[in-house]
Design a protein around this ligand. Sequence first.
Ligand SMILES: CSC[C@H]1O[C@H](OP(=O)(O)O)[C@H](O)[C@@H]1O
Length: 364
Amino acid sequence: MKVGDRHYHTIWLNEDGRSVDIIDQRWLPHEFRIETVRTVDGIAVAIRDMWVRGAPLIGVTAAYGVAIAMLDDASDAAIDTVWEKLHETRPTAINLRWALDEMRAFLRPMPIADRAEAAYLRAAEIAEEDVQLNRNIGMNGLAIIKEIAARKKPGEVVNILTHCNAGWLATVDYGTATAPIYLATEEGIAVHVYVDETRPRNQGAQLTAWELNNHGVPHTLIVDNAGGHLMQHGMVDMVIVGTDRTTANGDVCNKIGTYLKALAAKDNNVPFYVALPSPTIDWTVKDGVKEIPIEERSGDEVTFVQGRAADGKIAVVRISPEGTNAANPAFDVTPARLITGLITERGVAKASPEGLKALFPERT
Ligand SMILES: CSC[C@H]1O[C@H](OP(=O)(O)O)[C@H](O)[C@@H]1O
């Protein structure tokens, strides 16, 4: 999406036809850096250390990682090796496994000599499919925003709260939770977004706010703990978030803190929507709380914070005493009972087995 007056995707094939260029999200909003990743190990580091992040983008990046691996060795064993190496980078977003499985199933039946070129073509297809899936999510979510806008008095805006970054930076383009917001803005519907800062990595404060600024979407940054208060005072018309893995029952695993927002929304009768492309559905899992692996990241992400110092340089500072340990579960699971609807590329599903099967009958 827009960066100043230019249009970007988050990842694209380098002109050398072998490596991939990515927006290195670790430095946003202060610096816009593009990195070229040339090796499988480089892809693994980019995913693990969150140069790229967001379930769909993680999947696309891994797909290109498989293609890069095929350049050196396109054997079945090499496919399995790159599958394992990239699968272990981050455990929660199902799109990673989905993309690796997709690439392996696509390449295995092929002659070894054809695999490298085919892998790059398939990775590019997966990237383009993501853009279309997200645009369709946007159209389906736009209908919800329009329904809310129709109930507003003249001059009133639709107030939307979102958590973390499920924006175009979490995908190849458009985003999932932000797709309806961007389409509403393009149609001139008055929306305003409350952006959860989303501790500890501040994806909201650093990424979502940056995206919305670039698109001219009115927004207000809030601390994570303010959302419930705003809902109690009627200041939020809907919540829309992304997801890293949604179960066949409609339970939603997303950035830590999402569950608490859903509880506050339920308590205040605020519609709580989750936007997701179907590769984010894990049809093999029913009980999200019991079955989804939750990534435990370094406590340093809690005890240190990164920002731009007064001298303009990016700095990392400690915010807690030496010797204080920190727990850092990166995700939580929102039970389906707290979710108003799942906005997919095929329509809006009730968060239930029946709701999902109605949209995805091939999955029965
Ligand atoms: C559209 S998926 C975005 C999803 O991914 C984020 O996690 P992370 O930044 O750790 O990759 C967050 O859970 C977002 O909702």
